[in-house]
Structures are given as C-alpha cells and as structure tokens.
Design a protein around this ligand. Structure first.
Ligand SMILES: Nc1ncnc2c1ncn2[C@@H]1O[C@H](COP(=O)(O)OP(=O)(O)OP(=O)(O)O)[C@@H](O)[C@H]1O
Length: 459
C-alpha cells in the first residue's frame, strides 16, 4: 500500500512541485495551504508523514506541530524551513518534530529524508506495538550509524557509558537539541544485559497531555472516550528492556507521580484498570532544560528528579567540543555518499574553517543536514564553501549589518578568543576546573564567572 504524505505550505507553487514529485515516487499526497486546513485533513485521514512549513500564515510552526501531534501522534513530521530560521526551527524538536529540511528543497535530498524519516518512525511504532524490528544493514540502522566523538568531552562520556551501561542504574542525559541524547541512551541500552530486549523512546515533549498517561501506562477499554480496546502502555511494551523518556521536564504533574510509583514499586496500573502489573524496565531520561529550576518553580518533583538521576551524563553543545566537528562531518559525509549515491571525498580547508567557526545551534542534527545538502550540491571531489548556506559562510555580516551590535568589533573578537581558550583548557584538563583555571592562569572563581558569562555548559 502507498504511504501517505500531507504537505502543509502556503507556497502553492512549492506544494504543486512537491506533490507531483512525491506522487511520482509512489507516495499518496494531500496538500493544504494553511495549518487549519491541514489539521482538517488530518481529522479525516491517516498520514505516515506530514511535511509542514515552519512559517504558516495562521499559526507558528511550534503550534502547528503540537496540534498535529494531538490529532495524529503516529505521523512523523518533517519541518520545512529557510536556513535563516534553522536556529529557531530546531526548537520544534522539543515538541516531537522528526527532522527538518531547508529551502530551497532539492528532490533527491528530500526523498532520502522522507524515506529515512518514515522508516525510522515505523520502526518506533512497531517496537511500541510489541513487534520486533528486523536488523537493518543500511544507513537506517542505529548501530551502523553510531560513532564516538574524538573530543575529550566525548571520550569522557564514552567512558561513562561503558561504565554505567552494564548496570541497571537510571541515567539522566542533559544536552541541547541534536547533541545525540537518544543515540547515547541507545548505546547505554546496547551495553546492558537488556540489549536483546526493546528500547522504547518516548518523546514526552510530543505527547499531548491528554494522551500521555495512556501512552505510558496503557488503558482499559471504556476508561475514556476513544478507549475502544484495552491497550498496554510503553512501560509494558518495554518488558525487560529500556525506556527512554526524552524531554522528561514536559511530563504533567500527574504523570510524574505515576512515574515515581513505577520506579519505587516497579508496577503500574493501566488507566481505568484495577490490577497491578509488574514492570521490569530500566529508565533513561533526557532533558535540555534546567530541571533544578523547574523543581524550584514547582514544575518538577524533586523526589522524581533524584530517582531518575542516579547517574548524570552531560552532552556539550557541538560548538564547545570543536574536536568532534570534523569527526562527525566525515561520518555524515560517508552516510550522505551512500544515501545519495555520490563519492565526495572530503572538505576543502575553507569549509573546515567555516565548520569550526559556526555555532551549530542544532548540533549534530544540523551538521548532518548541512553535510547532506553540501554533498548533494558538490560536483567535484570535495565539498567547497560555495555549497554551504550563507548563514554559515557569512554569519556575522548577515546578522550584524544595520545593527549597533559590535559583532565585528575588537571586543567581540577578543571575547570569542577568550571563550575558545577556556573551552580548550577545559578539554585539555578533562573538565577538571581547577586544572583548567591553572592552565589559563586565572583563579577558579574567575573561571566560574567566565563560564557563566559565555554560557559555557558546566560539564
Ligand atoms: N553518536 C552519534 N553517531 C552518529 N550520529 C549521531 C550521534 N549522535 C547524534 N547523531 C546524529 O544527530 C542526530 C540527532 O541525534 P539525537 O536524536 O540522538 O539527538 P537528541 O539530543 O536526542 O535530539 P532531541 O533533543 O532533539 O531529541 C541523529 O539523528 C544523528 O544523525
């Protein structure tokens, strides 16, 4: 049966082109020019994928995404965005977007992203419904796509993963969007005795409040409108395996209480059910927000925090572990060559410099997408700067013209250099702050102040 795609974009010409192209590639396609019409279509039909513009005339990208997830939690969503919006569009990942593509859209690149996204989403749905997913040998396989970073920070993370993997401790992974939290969670699972059992990833940010309880803990027929049959929740489906709760800070208070009970008593009750069901799962949680602050504000339970935080792993933003950038870029280049059937060999020196200087707010996910796009556009042997988006090659000029901001000033340049020196010292000292302060010839207190000033994550 054909897979169905819904395209929501106010650019009617783009919709026409996309629709023709996707139909030629054997997808069933429906089109809407604003979010409300798209949501109307979603109320009537099921879609494997929604391709949704980030800037719609009637609502913001995040709002559209949240409403899509309420109506059709099982559809994958790819956000279409202009490169200048990438920095804000990456926020949609907190609400369950599966990937993003940047305008101008290129058919080959889009097709690869569409195929991969639908396939990964179906694997997830299958695992959640209790069916095993056949091992894949292509680039779709998590294991074949996983690599270790080469920065000191990544090596330390890997040591921790190796240590903590075989235990049954709960782990809290902290990091910005796209830093690889789910990949690390999966790697911890693979190193444990639970490896042959399910790894179920739940995006708490994408779960509509009204469905979250049922999704996690299951329900009994008739317990609420729409509960047409008994349904096991993710905790039951993960039997013997690991559950990965991404964006755990988004769980409602009520579900936090239920989760605490699962952890303390190792059993659950389905919604509307009487029976206690024993649960054997390891919990790995992730967040990109400051849970301590959420606790102080009364939004997150402190007792739950201590339970999920038996071990903490912090993934630094890519811009703060620069040694990883080219390691991952080479890896993504190989993957892009495979999926786009190209044979680009590497990156020009200029490109390497741009990559090292860029801020990568979407982290590894953004790097992957930029490399994929540049491989597609490369005719010769190596990726040249002209294949990169302007935001990467001219960030300061684009962002700073017509503003009083001193991005081009000596002060900004020396602050940038200072920040880099601090990051290098931290890496060299394996995040031992006393040693880093010594290397920098400043005292610890000054170092702490600078970490705060430059928003360098505490490792
Ligand atoms: N160790 C790794 N090896 C190879 N690719 C990686 C690795 N970690 C991350 N990636 C790439 O980065 C993308 C984002 O990773 P992941 O989904 O694990 O990030 P995340 O921190 O969980 O993001 P979010 O918070 O938005 O859910 C992956 O799809 C993959 O392409």
């Amino acid at each position: 049966m054909n897979q169905n795609i819904l395209v929501i974009d106010d650019d009617q010409d783009l919709c026409k082109v996309l629709s023709n192209f996707l139909k030629k590639s054997n997808y069933g396609v429906s089109v809407a020019y604003d979010a409300e019409s798209g949501l109307d279509i979603l109320r009537k039909e099921k879609f494997d994928l929604v391709l949704c513009d980030y800037r719609l005339p009637d609502m913001t990208g995040v709002e559209a995404l949240q409403r899509i997830k309420v109506l059709s939690p099982e559809s994958a969503v790819i956000i279409i965005t202009g490169y200048s919006d990438v920095q804000t569009a990456v926020e949609t990942f907190r609400y369950g977007a599966n990937d993003y593509v940047t305008k101008p859209l290129y058919p080959d690149e889009l097709l690869v992203t569409v195929k991969e996204t639908i396939s990964k989403n179906q694997d997830k749905l299958q695992v959640r419904s209790g069916k095993s997913v056949p091992e894949k040998t292509s680039e779709g396989s998590k294991n074949s796509a996983f690599i270790q970073g080469t920065s000191k920070a990544s090596q330390t993370v890997q040591e921790h993963v190796n240590l903590i993997g075989p235990t049954d401790m709960s782990v809290l992974i902290i990091g910005e969007t796209g830093t690889g939290k789910e990949f690390i969670a999966n790697s911890i699972h693979q190193k444990s005795e639970r490896a042959g059992k399910p790894f179920i990833a739940i995006d708490c940010g994408a779960l509509p409040k009204e469905l979250a309880g049922s999704e996690l803990f299951g329900h009994m027929k008739g317990s609420f409108t729409g509960a047409i049959a008994d349904k096991p929740g993710s905790f039951e489906m993960a039997k013997g395996g690991t559950i990965f709760l991404d964006e755990i800070g988004n769980l409602s208070y009520e579900n936090q209480v239920k989760l605490l009970r699962v952890i303390q008593e190792r059993k659950i009750k389905r919604i509307g059910g009487q029976k206690d069901i024993p649960i054997d799962v390891r919990i790995i949680a992730a967040t990109n927000e400051n849970l301590t602050e959420a606790i102080q504000n009364g939004d997150f339970r402190e007792d739950l925090y201590h339970r999920i935080n038996e071990f903490k792993i912090t993934l630094l933003p890519l811009r703060d572990r620069k040694n990883d950038i080219m390691t991952f870029a080479e890896h993504f280049l190989n993957l892009a060559n495979q999926s786009l059937k190209k044979s680009v060999k590497g990156f020009s020196e200029e490109v390497v410099k741009y990559f090292l200087d860029y801020q990568w707010h979407g982290n590894l996910r953004e790097l992957n997408n930029v490399v994929k796009r540049s491989v597609l556009l490369t005719q010769g042997d190596q990726v040249e700067a002209k294949s990169l988006p302007d935001e990467i090659t001219k960030p300061k000029l684009l962002n700073k013209t017509n503003s009083n901001d001193d991005g081009l000033s000596l002060k900004a340049a020396s602050e940038e250099a200072e920040k880099e020196a601090i990051i290098n010292a931290l890496e060299a000292s394996r995040y031992n702050k006393s040693k880093a302060a010594e290397l920098l010839e400043i005292d610890r207190k000054t170092l702490y102040n600078k970490l705060k000033q430059y928003n360098i994550k505490d490792y």
